[in-house]
Design a protein around this ligand. Structure first.
Ligand code: GRF
Length: 221
């Protein structure tokens, strides 16, 4: 296996707490990757400030300065490719990427989504889980395809819903689990234990029959 650390680019639209978790995991020596770019569709994104503070190259690209969605996505992913990234992580990137632009990245791009997919694709996941009366909620990391939050799920973190939960409290309680889930999945991908076989995920050489599950000691089948 190559000793060169995997190169990772991250796209984020917001505060960047998941990016912060990735950077902290790397600082602790738990995630041997090199962050080569943090990009955003929002110049004011907190994630860009975090990246600057960590001396990671940043890119802010304004969708309004492009002819259409596809032109923006193609330019964005062209710039990501130019960074030399092997992997692309969507960490709170609030746009659906165009299928044609995504093509070269299929199998090398993951997203974190705050629900137990396939439940609650899209927005307002915490509210929807509460309204449905679910006993548990969670977060998923999945391979990205052109379908919104629809690619094969790699791993999930589960959280029991409590009587006192409202939308904000549930989101707050889920976030620390997201912050463990995303670095754990990226670590497995970067080490080669987790792979994409063209259709689905393989773990330690075997097709992943069900998503890995985050426990106290990390990800387990
Ligand atoms: C997270 O809840 C993530 O699951 C979702 O968007 C949120 C991003 O939060 N996709 P942050 O910017 O990482 O703090």
């Amino acid at each position: 296996m190559s000793t060169t650390p995997a190169k990772v680019a991250v796209l984020a639209s917001g505060r960047g707490s998941n990016l912060a978790a990735l950077l902290e995991a790397r600082t602790r020596g738990e995630l041997p990757v090199e962050f080569v770019l943090v990009g955003s569709d929002k110049a004011g994104a907190g994630a860009l400030r975090l990246a600057e503070a960590a001396n990671i190259p940043t890119l802010a690209l304004d969708p309004r300065s492009h002819a259409d969605r596809r032109a923006f996505d193609q330019e964005l992913l062209r710039r990501v490719a130019a960074s030399g990234a092997d992997w692309l992580v969507l960490a709170g990137f609030m746009r659906v990427l165009d299928g044609a632009a995504l093509k070269p990245w299929i199998g090398r791009i993951i997203n974190i989504h705050p629900s137990l997919l396939p439940k609650y694709r899209g927005l307002h996941t915490h509210r929807r889980a509460l309204e449905a009366g679910d006993a548990e909620h969670g977060a998923s990391v999945h391979f990205v395809t052109a379908e919104l939050d629809g690619g094969p799920v790699i791993a999930q973190a589960y959280l029991p819903i409590e009587a006192g939960d409202d939308e904000d409290r549930l989101a707050q309680r889920l976030l620390p689990l997201e912050h463990r889930l995303l670095p754990a999945v990226l670590g497995l991908l970067a080490s080669g234990r987790l792979q994409w076989d063209g259709r689905a995920a393989r773990f330690d050489g075997r097709p992943l029959a069900a998503p890995l599950r985050l426990g106290d000691d990390g990800l387990r089948p």
